[in-house]
Design a protein around this ligand. Sequence first.
Ligand code: C5P
Length: 224
Amino acid sequence: MEKIQVTIDGPAGAGKSSVSKILAQRLGYVYIDTGAMYRTLTYSAIKEKVDFSDIDSIIKLLTSIEINFGLDQETGTQKVFCNDQDVTDLIRSPEVNQKVSIIAAILEVRNIMVLRQREIAQNNNVVMDGRDIGTVVLPNAKYKFYLTASLEERAKRRAKELEAKGYKIDLEKLIVEIKTRDNMDTQREYSPLKPASDAIIIDSSKINLEQVIGSIINYIKEDD
Ligand code: C5P
């Protein structure tokens, strides 16, 4: 049977992963956080001290690591593994935040990631979130959404998330960092961040998580 694909793209901090996680649970689909894949490679490159401008070494590293998702049985939260190491929290560090868009701009990296992402979507009903899912990875997906919010709102949400993990956050600095990452993601040559022409755009600046999920589920139900 043909698999159903729901794509959620958008800039940093728009709430894509929170929305996608719950949406996947409610629909009974597999949730794939493609940002976590780029983050895991970035984390590994930092750890292995690979030069970010040395594309051959980055690709060698990528082909030598296995990036897997798993569920924490106790809490029901999603875990990210690099080979056997649990990197769920490590890939959200400020250093990875700063460097991930450099890695994500490399065409050869994207080509490999896209193949891995398509393979997962071929075998499962998925909710997949990222930057290029509706445009490049799954252009024929049945349901496409583009989630956005004002820069200030996104920065505040990210700050809350990071503070909950124990990081001390300077909001002004975070705004600059998110803006820089958005600029790199929207202006890069390959697969830049943009809404697919057939995506439904949802601005979550003034609505909460439940309302976003509710409107997505309504679109999906209306279409059924
Ligand atoms: O979604 P998240 O903020 O975790 O993504 C981290 C970074 O990974 C993004 O800023 C972007 O540079 C890159 N990314 C991408 N394509 C995707 C998902 C993430 O380029 N599909």
